[in-house]
Design a protein around this ligand. Structure first.
Ligand SMILES: [Zn+2]
Length: 211
């Protein structure tokens, strides 16, 4: 009897464990129309160095499935805050999975925890559980007006920064609402562009190179 009770108690936990996967998958495989602009595959980033060898973006399967739900909704948003987007909106990803070796390289260039996660503890990007993104107009590919560009390490990057035009404030709030309430992601207060998949910290740090 004791054994049966034990099994019943732990059954939900076992089922949950089976549903989560550490697998990283190519985002484009599930969301072909997503826009990728991996800044670390260019010199246009805070290190001024090209740290990736590809524009392929990988994330945890769970994160990609949730992003797909967001992207499916964005395609139908043809007007926002008085601006018309006849072909709808799309996600543009600036960074996703980041090999841990790259985290060490960044730390060598800027060993400051307010800018870069210490590679010894790792970043959720090293787990494939964090994504940096913005929104674009599907008709023109142009980014919507947001408070800052990517990796802007100033107070203006924070969700609590409000010296913004009504349009910019509304765009940031719309992205937040889509990611948190539609996609189930968690926001990061210091960076409006960064979102974590729920429980990201429980996934392992990884170090394979994207191809
Ligand atoms: Zn990030």
């Amino acid at each position: 009897m004791k054994k049966i009770i034990f099994a019943l108690l732990f059954l939900p936990a076992l089922l949950l464990a089976q549903q989560t996967s550490n697998e990283l998958i190519r985002v484009k495989d599930l969301i072909p129309d997503i826009v990728l602009d991996l800044k670390y595959n260019t010199v246009n980033n805070f290190t001024h160095q090209k740290l990736y060898t590809t524009n392929e973006c990988y994330l945890l399967l769970d994160a990609v499935k949730k992003l797909k739900v967001v992207q499916d909704s964005l395609r139908n948003v043809t007007s926002l805050n008085g601006v018309s987007y006849p072909k709808g909106l799309s996600i543009k990803i600036w960074d996703g999975y980041r090999p841990r070796a790259v985290q060490y390289l960044m730390w060598d260039i800027m060993p400051d925890p307010s800018f870069v996660a210490d590679p010894n503890s790792g970043s959720n990007h090293n787990r494939g559980g964090a994504v940096d993104l913005t929104l674009v107009d599907r008709a023109t590919g142009k980014e919507l007006k947001m408070p800052t560009g990517f990796d802007d390490f100033t107070p203006a990057a924070s969700h609590s920064f409000n010296l913004l035009t009504p349009e910019v404030k509304a765009n940031r709030a719309f992205l937040l609402n889509m990611m948190v309430n539609v996609g189930g992601f968690q926001m990061y207060d210091a960076e409006w562009w960064h979102y974590n998949v729920a429980g990201a910290g429980n996934y392992p740090l990884q170090d394979f190179q994207m191809k």
